[in-house]
Unconditional design. Structure first.
Lengths: 367, 131
């Protein structure tokens, strides 16, 4: 065991939320350690080739893949911020505030006064026959393989789910010359932005609403799928099944927050389906029930990268302020960030998120 | 002890070219043409998969190298023997465990490929070598 390292704030995860949180901590003057288990910073931004929407403050018009270097350029100027990559944050011991980091089989101990957990989210699976066959891939996996490493997932893809991820990944497959044979969506309408869906329709991809996958076909790997129409109670309509030839079934059926560290830290947790699963109960400054722990981004509830960057900055400023590191504009900035977040969630599509956040914040909903 | 590396060198953004989308091509291929991304050629390294020599790109995840070589079945489940590939590709789901250089239960979707690696399909739950 190597010598104990001490910092004011440790940020776990260098995705959009963690990068943004670390930048806010850095600006406050607090000594900050930003940790990620991958060798490159950016989390899932490194595969997002599309341009962001929203306001300029959240990089509207910028492609996701460009955003990490914008943060890294600023962070690298800050002597009080250290970035550690390729290292797993493997445990957090709330009684002592000690984090263990695993680096190639060796453990490093870090004592942090505050921990900002920005561990993101993991892909959800879907229950259907043969859903474990190789070739049934999460949408994020397809994006990683294709957009980060330049390897296509196969020839013919059946996409399941019409949220923004399903729509965007379908379009990115087409950009990589892979055929998207069809997109099925169990709900009666397309879930994501119609501007993304329109691109797919122009490319000739059939979008089947009120349809789902019933079964994957194949012995060792996927060679097809059975899809069927669903009725209003989500049951397959008998006789509507048909076979689709495909070698990849891509699941874009949502994400669930990665909250293991918050369970370990003894944070009060709550199951909020609208936010993707169990999330920590927190206040509007992203502080969890354990006062040394803050949460940022999808780990606190699945939304999107823009809101993750905002909640990351809120967590960063708040954690720093709680230790007496107050940047000059901290209060004004917090107010602006909270109004930006409210604006993003104010769209009709944000209704579920708003209800979820109400339920997860300590002041709203029953505990 | 502290490792700091630059932003992903695998994919670099292209300048806007307005290049039209091409026709679908066949196979699990390594992308050479892409409207947004450039994939600069990496250093080719040799490794073995169950004794057979395969070539991949240094530093890419083992799973990406295997996939590019047409290998999708990474293991079989310990009880029912069902084929398993990767699922999440970001190191969270543990669907892709393999034996790498004798160490079992390695998540090959995030483990970087190096020259001469010995990759094997794992039998059962795997045993840690004890020295």
């Amino acid at each position: 065991m190597t010598q104990l390292k001490e910092v004011d704030i440790a940020v776990i995860g260098a995705g959009p939320a963690g990068l943004s949180a670390a930048l806010a901590c850095g600006k406050s003057g607090a000594t900050t350690l930003l940790i990620d288990f991958m060798d490159a910073p950016g989390g899932q931004l490194i595969k997002q080739t599309h341009k962001f929407f929203g306001s300029e403050r959240q990089f509207a018009g910028t492609r996701g893949i460009q955003i990490p270097s914008i943060f890294i350029n600023q962070l690298s100027q800050m002597p009080n911020v250290q970035l550690v990559l390729g290292v797993n944050a493997s445990g957090y011991y709330a009684d002592s505030g000690v984090l263990t980091l695993e680096d190639g089989g060796k453990f490093i101990k870090v004592k942090a006064k505050r921990v900002i957990i920005a561990t993101g989210a993991g892909e959800k699976a879907l229950a259907f026959e043969n859903n474990d066959l190789p070739g049934v891939y999460g949408a994020g996996a397809v994006q990683t393989l294709m957009n980060v490493y330049g390897v296509t997932p196969g020839n013919r893809v059946l996409m399941v789910g019409s949220g923004n991820i399903g729509l965007i990944v379908s379009y990115q497959l087409i950009q990589a010359h892979v055929q998207v044979v069809s997109l099925v969506e169990a709900a009666g309408r397309i879930g994501g932005y119609l501007v993304h869906a329109a691109k797919l329709r122009r490319a000739g991809v059939p979008i089947l609403t009120s349809h789902t996958i019933v079964r994957a076909i194949g012995e060792e790997t996927v060679r097809g799928a059975v899809v069927a129409q669903v009725d209003q109670s989500w049951q397959a309509v008998p006789g509507s099944e048909r076979e689709v030839a495909c070698d990849v079934i891509c699941l874009a059926v949502g994400l669930t927050p990665l909250v293991d560290m918050m369970w370990q830290a003894g944070c009060e947790m709550k199951y909020v389906p609208a936010l993707g699963g169990h999330v920590p109960v927190r206040d509007e400054n992203m502080r969890a029930s354990n006062p040394a722990v803050y949460v940022a981004g999808d780990a606190g509830g699945v939304e999107e990268a823009s809101s993750a960057m905002i909640s990351g900055e809120i967590a960063g400023i708040s954690a720093a302020v709680s230790l007496g590191f107050r940047a000059q504009d901290a209060d004004a900035r917090l107010a602006l960030l909270k109004s930006d977040l409210a604006a993003i969630r104010s769209a009709p599509a944000g209704e579920k998120i708003r209800a979820g956040i109400m339920s997860a914040t300590a002041c709203g909903g029953e505990r | 002890m502290w490792k700091i590396q630059s932003y992903s060198h695998f994919a670099q953004r292209r300048e806007e070219s307005g290049r039209p989308l091409g026709r679908p091509r066949l196979g699990m291929v390594r992308l050479k043409e892409h409207p947004i991304l450039d994939f600069p050629p990496g250093r080719e390294v040799a490794f073995t998969f169950n004794g057979k020599e395969i070539r991949g790109v240094e530093g890419e995840p083992i799973a990406a190298a295997l996939h590019a070589a047409g290998v999708r079945v990474l293991r079989h489940s310990p009880v029912l023997g069902r084929a398993r590939g990767f699922f999440c590709a970001i190191g969270t789901c543990s669907s892709c465990l393999m034996t790498v250089d004798g160490v079992p239960n390695v998540r090959v979707c995030t483990e970087p490929l190096t020259q001469g690696m010995v990759i094997e399909t794992q039998k059962g739950h795997g045993h840690l070598p004890i020295d």
